[in-house]
Design a protein around this ligand. Structure first.
Ligand SMILES: [Zn+2]
Length: 422
């Protein structure tokens, strides 16, 4: 694609103060860790992530917000409300995947800040204090994990997991924490579960095409899919590619290929929100002239409803067994990970629908296939999420783009939501 992020930003129509501010701030952040492909590279806990946070902190302080940082490096900027005993909270992250886009995460942080910014200009005091949060290392690029800042905040990471963490340079979690002037103890001691969050809101780019197809700028997330990972091993018989006749072969890769190519039908049979993907495969012995004796692959399957998620896991397993039986190979399946889906609470969705209507927007619902910091907060607190239209559904890529006016629409709706939440 020749049309770069910079070109696209230059063409944006900035019709009001909010779009102008979001546009210029997004550009400023985008300069931190800009790659040669016009993408973003800000790894969690790295200096570039800190630099992006510092920039936001500077903006927070300019409107009188008080700022603190916790043991995971999560940043909290507080705008005082009438009652300071509880907070409305909104935010996201500023780290990126390697050579990622400029909107994933940043859109959520800048819109959260924009709400405070508008209140400041209107001299509006919200019912409760309002916190803008920047969660550290959402993408998990540092340790090959995910959502580490919000999981620390909600005390969802244990000692044993930290022991296994190694960053791309081989640094341990403790060494990395030292860089951000924190310790393992502080990291493990997140305040989130007891934190007085009245409601948490997160704006995020959709990373899909549904809003674009519907011609809408923003929509309500009705649930965050829970990821499951199933390890599948097809075992056949390795043999010489030349001297073994075609009849009677037990080729593990032929079976695995059939399994993968017919897998898309499986989630379709469960629900509209179910998805299943094979993105990792290992062939043994992996030689040009050897019939593959063993294939290991991982099925990533997700849905936003726990019952459907269970049915999906069963269906994936059954599908593997059926293929193995037809292909005279054996199969073993083992579920490695199962994260519970997070449905959005109906009463919060209904409040959000009212905010959509007040802002003359159609309150469309859509599921989130990807995990977000919001799902961790939702373990203990009311949560809502809005998606913003992604152009072409592209994300985790320098070509990722959302129109500033679409981001503005979501910000104004979330602002209205907090003002009327009570
Ligand atoms: Zn994100």
């Amino acid at each position: 694609m020749t049309h770069s992020f910079t070109d696209k930003m230059n063409e944006e129509v900035l019709e009001d103060k909010t779009t102008q501010r979001l546009h210029s701030r997004l550009l400023e952040i985008s300069e931190i860790g800009r790659t040669k492909d016009d993408g973003a590279n800000r790894m969690g806990y790295a200096d570039l992530e800190l630099k992006a946070k510092d920039k936001v902190v500077k903006w927070m302080k300019a409107i009188g917000m008080s700022v603190r940082v916790d043991g995971a490096g999560n940043v909290f900027g507080r705008y005082r409300g009438k009652d300071d005993s509880k907070v409305y909270m909104a935010g996201s992250h500023v780290d990126t995947v390697p050579n990622g886009g400029h909107f994933d995460g940043v859109a959520g942080v800048l819109t959260a800040l924009e709400i405070a910014e508008l209140w400041y200009e209107e001299a509006y005091i919200p019912e409760y204090s309002y916190e803008v949060v920047i969660f550290t290392d959402e993408e998990g690029s540092r340790f090959g994990s995910s959502l580490t800042g919000s999981r620390s905040f909600m005390r969802l990471i244990e000692d044993a997991e930290l022991d296994k963490f190694r960053d791309p340079d081989g640094l341990t979690a403790d060494q990395v924490f030292e860089n951000i002037e924190s310790t393992r103890e502080e990291f493990l001691n997140g305040e989130g579960p007891d934190y007085p969050i009245r409601v948490y809101g997160e704006i995020h780019i959709e990373q899909g095409k549904q809003l674009e197809q519907k011609g809408l700028s923003t929509g309500i997330v009705n649930g965050i899919a829970g990821t499951t990972r199933t390890h599948v091993v097809f075992t056949g018989t390795a043999g010489h590619a030349g001297s073994t006749p075609m009849t009677g072969r037990s080729d593990a890769l032929v079976a695995a290929s059939e399994f993968i190519s017919t897998l898309p039908g499986v989630p379709k049979s469960i629900s509209d929100s179910a998805v299943a993907t094979v993105g990792k495969i290992e062939v043994t012995p992996n030689g040009v002239n050897v019939i593959p004796g063993k294939v290991e692959l991982i099925v990533d399957a997700r849905d936003i409803d726990e019952t459907q998620q269970g049915q999906l896991i069963q269906a994936v397993r059954k599908h593997a067994e059926n293929i193995a039986e037809q292909s005279s190979v054996s199969v073993e399946t083992d579920m490695m990970t199962r994260v519970k889906p997070i449905p959005a609470a109906p009463e919060i969705i209904s409040k959000m629908e009212t905010s959509f209507k007040r802002n003359a927007h159609l309150p469309v619902h859509l599921p989130s296939g990807a995990g977000h910091d919001a799902m961790n907060i939702a373990r203990a607190h009311p949560m809502t999420m809005l998606f913003v239209r992604s152009i072409g559904g592209i994300s985790h890529n320098p070509a990722e783009f959302s129109h500033i006016s679409d981001i503005r629409d979501a910000a104004l709706i979330l602002k209205d939501f907090f003002e009327n939440y009570d």
